[in-house]
Design a protein around this ligand. Structure first.
Ligand SMILES: *[C@@H]1O[C@H](CO)[C@@H](O)[C@H](O)[C@H]1NC(C)=O
Length: 136
């Protein structure tokens, strides 16, 4: 119940900061999520969600999601970008400007000073053009 409250708050923050965005919750098909926020949807993705595999599974789920979206991108000027985040963060400003202010990248990552986990997968942005998606 508590984590559902956190998830709903997370969704609410996005909907206030970026009202034109869609919120898609990628999840284990076995989990029983009930979200009560209008525009958010749930996308179950098969995988190994055991504790020891969670970091890897998260990246695999992102890739599976992008592969689905790659099939949908068929217009040249589609500007539908993707931001993958953990649900324990609050989005307090429209992130759209990172795609327009800095046009020359496909994938944005946060590095951290940790040999075991050099990437912080809590925030990953993918440019929603065909090149951006397939290169990511
Ligand atoms: C899932 O991942 C864990 C941790 O890597 C591993 O021990 C387990 O065998 C995996 N389960 C399946 C069904 O692949």
């Amino acid at each position: 119940e508590r984590s559902m409250a956190i998830l709903n708050t997370f969704i609410r923050f996005i909907q206030v900061s970026m009202p034109r965005s869609d919120v898609i919750i990628l999840t284990d098909p076995k989990s029983k999520l009930s979200i009560n926020q209008g525009k958010a949807s749930i996308l179950p993705i098969e995988g190994n969600y055991s504790r020891g595999n969670l970091m890897l599974q998260r990246i695999k789920s992102y890739i599976a999601f992008l592969e689905l979206k790659l099939e949908e991108v068929d217009c040249v000027n589609c500007a539908r970008h993707f931001v993958f985040t953990d649900s324990d963060m609050a989005v307090v400003e429209d992130l759209g400007h990172i795609f327009t202010s800095y046009p020359n990248w496909h994938l944005a990552l946060t590095f951290r000073n940790n040999k075991g986990q050099p990437l912080n997968s809590g925030f990953i942005a993918v440019r929603g053009a065909r090149d951006g998606i397939s290169n990511s």
